[in-house]
Each structure stands twice: as structure tokens, then as C-alpha cells.
Design a protein around this ligand. Structure first.
Ligand SMILES: Nc1ncnc2c1ncn2[C@@H]1O[C@H](COP(=O)(O)OP(=O)(O)OP(=O)(O)O)[C@@H](O)[C@H]1O
Ligand SMILES: [Mg+2]
Length: 243
């Protein structure tokens, strides 16, 4: 299988603390990979390095076998906080990146077409404060999707949602992935979310430890009932994180 993303011996330290030490992993084209691990282990730091916001002290990042450094438009990054601008309407927020790339009219047209698919029909002219938390996260997600990138970096995109909205969003993301055929790297604290959505789950350990274990999920036809039956996998993941 072709590797969409390869990370080789990646190193990153903040002045006083090593976070990523000789980290290597690869993600296949169209694969959905989740990253689980304790708070502070370096998940957001890794996504920031991949997105080119933080510069690694060593190692390589390759997309389709080609080395990349700095900001690469093949990555669509949804950071941990949604960061919608409160003074901009939803449509203006969604089109932000397109405006930066000077293709305003075409991007607005495309965004309008996508609003319904993202459950945001009729919200074009509203402001973030007028939307529910779930709608705001979908708006932030649509803004990310508007980048037209192949690889999505999602940092707890459904972080602060109630269990029902979260479940709806997970179903919606699964459907979206099936139809858009993107390569996904999802950071989450929610074991069930990782099991339900992923082809592979990477468990990160303490800062600098890297990947402690990886789990492959092969089931294709996933339902909530199937998820509830994954007790053994859930328990094993918990044990590995807790160790
Ligand atoms: N700008 C910074 N300068 C110095 N240390 C930082 C900085 N940002 C994060 N850290 C530290 O690096 C470690 C990893 O942080 P990071 O945000 O990547 O963790 P995380 O795994 O995403 O955690 P969480 O699950 O809580 O979001 C933490 O110990 C954090 O305190
Ligand atoms: Mg984080």
C-alpha cells in the first residue's frame, strides 16, 4: 500500500523538554489513524510540527515519498481550539483560507455548496456566538475541509460536545471520510471514538517515549452495537495508556 505520510526519526524539544524523540510512523493513503495518549504527552505538538507551525530539530516528514518542511498545503489542520473569529460570519470564517490564497469568489461559491453537507444550511450569515458548540465545530471543520488538502490533522475536533452530538458528529465524520477518501490523523481522548472511527490506533506514552503500542481495527461495518461489544479492546487500550 502506498504511504501517504511518513515520519522518520522526528525530534522536537521545547527549550527545556524533549517531546518527540526519534519518532517514526507511516500512514497509508486513505487510512484513518487515531492518536491516543495521556494529557501532555505531545499529541498537539506532533500535529503542530507536521503542519509546519513548529520546526523539528531533526528527522524527516514525507508526503507521497517527497520530503516536506514548513507549511505544506497537503495538510489541512484543525487545531485543538476551533478559533472561529467572532466578528466574522460563518461563511466568512469558512472562507478564510481561500481568501488568503486570493480566490475569494470561487471559494465562497464552493463553501455555499458545502454548507448543507456539513449541517450548516442557513447559517451562512450568522455569527459564531449564534451557533451551538457542535455547529461551531462543524464550521471549523468545513473551514479545514475547504483547504482541499489530502491529509487531515484533527486535534480533538469533538472535544467539548455532549455524548449525543458527539455521536452524530462521529457518524457524520465517518460518512464524510468514506466519500471524500482523505487520509486522517485524529487526536482524541475518547477510546470509543478511536475504536469506532479508526483503521489503526497509536498509543503514545510519556513525552519522548513515542508510540507505546498500536492496534489495528479491521471491522468494516461498524455500528454502535458493534462498538459496545469491543470491551476487550477498550480494556486493553486502557491498560496500555495507564501503564
Ligand atoms: N510552547 C510551549 N513551550 C514549552 N512547553 C510546551 C509548550 N507547549 C506545550 N508544552 C509542553 O509540552 C508537552 C506536550 O504538550 P502538548 O500540548 O503537545 O500535549 P498534548 O498531548 O496535546 O496534551 P492534551 O491531551 O492535554 O492536549 C506538555 O508537557 C506541555 O506542557
Ligand atoms: Mg493537545
Amino acid at each position: 500500500m502506498a504511504m501517504k505520510l511518513s515520519v522518520n526519526n522526528l525530534n522536537f524539544s521545547y527549550t527545556d523538554k524533549t517531546i518527540l524523540k526519534d519518532l517514526s510512523f507511516a500512514v497509508a493513503e486513505g487510512e484513518f489513524v487515531s492518536i491516543l495518549g495521556p494529557s501532555g504527552c505531545g499529541k498537539s505538538t506532533l500535529l503542530n510540527v507536521l503542519a509546519g507551525i513548529l520546526k523539528p530539530q531533526g528527522g524527516q516528514i514525507q508526503i507521497d515519498g517527497v520530503q516536506t518542511s514548513g507549511v505544506n498545503h497537503q495538510f489541512a489542520y484543525m487545531p485543538q481550539n476551533d478559533l472561529l473569529f467572532p466578528w466574522r460570519t460563518i461563511l466568512d470564517n469558512v472562507c478564510l483560507y481561500g481568501e488568503i490564497h486570493h480566490e475569494k469568489d470561487a471559494v465562497r461559491e464552493r463553501a455555499r455548496e458545502q454548507m448543507a453537507r456539513f449541517g450548516l444550511e442557513g447559517c451562512e450569515d450568522k455569527y459564531p456566538a449564534e451557533l451551538s458548540g457542535g455547529m461551531r465545530q462543524r464550521a471549523a471543520f468545513l473551514r479545514t475541509a475547504m483547504c482541499d488538502a489530502d491529509i487531515y490533522l484533527l486535534d480533538e475536533p469533538f472535544g467539548a460536545l455532549d455524548v449525543i452530538t458527539r455521536g452524530d458528529m462521529q457518524d457524520w465524520l465517518r460518512e464524510l471520510c468514506g466519500s471524500l477518501k482523505k487520509t486522517i490523523l485524529l487526536v482524541t481522548h475518547d477510546t470509543d471514538e478511536a475504536i469506532y472511527l479508526s483503521d489503526r490506533i497509536l498509543i503514545f506514552g510519556t513525552p519522548g517515549e513515542g508510540i507505546r503500542r498500536e492496534f489495528t481495527v479491521t471491522e468494516q461495518s461498524r455500528t454502535r452495537e458493534w462498538l459496545y461489544e469491543q470491551g476487550e479492546l477498550r480494556a486493553e487500550i486502557y491498560r496500555v495508556i495507564k501503564r
